[in-house]
Design a protein around this ligand. Structure first.
Ligand SMILES: [Zn+2]
Length: 331
């Protein structure tokens, strides 16, 4: 083995170790940010017995493996989430660096890609846990994407490994986010207005109250039913197919990875989300549960963006090639 390949392997081991350390911090973000807790203040402690965790039990990935996922003090199970997030971060960082020749391309662009992926991991798990995305993390993603695009535009030589142009990024910012905004906040509420029983009933009653002559007691009865429907509507909350978080996530993702990757990411997310919905429905039917619990779309979008960040542009080019009808030579 020559010196360069030994150095390369060494770099990737370093990147992995760095990645799992960042992953350990991401775990803290995923647990504390949605609760509004400080990221720096409190020390880590066992979720069951509350014993503070010693530094030597906080080594990412390895401590969990060494303790076989159990607390040293009380022996209760430590969530496998920790090792999953840590190793996922490490592996994705290594895969990102593998795409580039760091000796020629430098470290800055791969590092920016890793910073973005770190934010995606936090957003995905946050949304999975709480159905909400923290504004701070969305802002962080937007800033990383913005800085990446500006640096790429200013210094094409240093970022020659980056195949996404400024125009690609700007189009990408709107390519998916605008359709999401339109579907989420215009189309879906409109459709919902016509299929939701409470909304339909409330509309009917309002019309009757307005147009028909009713005696006092009848009117009072109708007003009471109307109030019931209105409170039921309020309890269900606003109807958004895509939340504002999804829209902003896809704007940042498009700016970072370009429009082709953004479109591919949306496709992957919608298809995998639909498959997941079917699985939930089948499982609910089998367990005789009444309805399917709503689930967040964010995790699917982050998975889509993650895959698209590696293959998005190539997949889209393949798709365009597939659609293009070959020219038949004229004889
Ligand atoms: Zn414990």
């Amino acid at each position: 083995m020559d010196l360069i390949s030994i150095m390369n392997i060494g770099t990737h081991i370093m990147v992995f170790l760095f990645g799992i350390t960042i992953g350990s911090f991401l775990n803290v973000c995923i647990y504390r940010l949605p609760a509004g807790e400080s990221l720096t203040k409190k020390n880590s402690h066992c979720m069951t017995c509350g014993t503070p965790i010693k530094w030597y039990d906080l080594v990412p990935v390895f401590s969990w493996l060494f303790l076989r996922g159990k607390c040293r003090a009380c022996g209760s199970k430590i969530s496998s989430r920790y090792i999953i997030v840590e190793s996922l971060t490490g592996i994705l960082f290594v895969l990102t660096f593998l795409r580039f020749d760091t000796i020629i391309d430098g470290l800055i662009y791969p590092a920016l890609c890793c910073l973005f992926i770190a934010g995606l991991i936090v957003i995905g798990f946050e949304d999975y846990d709480t159905s909400e995305m923290t504004v701070g993390v969305l802002l962080y993603l937007a800033i990383v994407a913005f800085v990446t695009r500006v640096l790429t535009a200013l210094n094409g030589k240093m970022f020659r490994a980056c195949e996404i142009s400024l125009a690609d990024g700007i189009i990408g910012m709107f390519a998916v986010s605008v359709p999401f905004l339109f579907f989420g906040f215009v189309i879906t509420p409109l459709i919902y207005n016509f299929i939701d029983e409470d909304r339909k009933a409330a509309r009917k009653i309002r019309k009757r109250l307005k147009t028909q002559k009713l005696d006092r007691s009848e009117e009072r009865k109708l007003e009471k039913t109307l109030a019931e429907h209105l409170s039921a509507i309020k309890e269900k909350g606003p109807v958004f197919g895509f939340g504002m978080g999804d829209v902003l996530l896809m704007a940042a993702g498009g700016l970072m990875y370009g429009w082709k990757a953004a479109v591919v990411a949306a496709f992957i997310a919608i298809i995998s989300g639909a498959v997941y919905a079917v699985i939930l429905k089948v499982r609910a039917a089998r367990n005789d549960e009444e309805s399917v619990k709503a689930f967040s779309f964010g995790p699917f979008l982050t998975i889509g963006l993650g895959i698209a960040s590696f293959f998005g542009t190539r997949l889209m080019d393949m798709y365009i090639d597939f659609l293009t009808v070959p020219q038949i030579p004229v004889q």
